[in-house]
Design a protein around this ligand. Structure first.
Ligand SMILES: [Zn+2]
Length: 87
């Protein structure tokens, strides 16, 4: 099975980024919009195996630049959705 690990990474990182934006709507539709916008701006991390998944996750946890890119894109996406929510 082919999976984009960036989807998991974005889902994991989103709650802590959302804490900085208490005014933003967190209904299912807005959350999906935020994830979609962020994922379109981040490089996908595809994996085909469980081992690959563990490896990429461990690698990414060590990479501060990578984490700050994810946080930056999520903040950007939250700002876009909070300005024009589609719900
Ligand atoms: Zn909403």
């Amino acid at each position: 099975m082919l999976r984009n690990l960036m989807e998991d990474i974005v889902s994991d990182a989103l709650p802590s980024v959302l804490r900085k934006y208490p005014e933003v709507c967190t209904c299912t539709k807005c959350i999906i919009d935020i994830k979609a916008i962020a994922l379109n701006n981040l490089k996908p991390q595809y994996t085909a195996t469980e081992n690959g998944e563990v490896y990429i996750k461990a690698l990414n946890e060590l990479d501060l630049q990578f984490k700050s890119d994810v946080t930056k894109e999520l903040s950007h996406a939250i700002e876009i959705v909070s300005k024009s929510p589609r719900h």
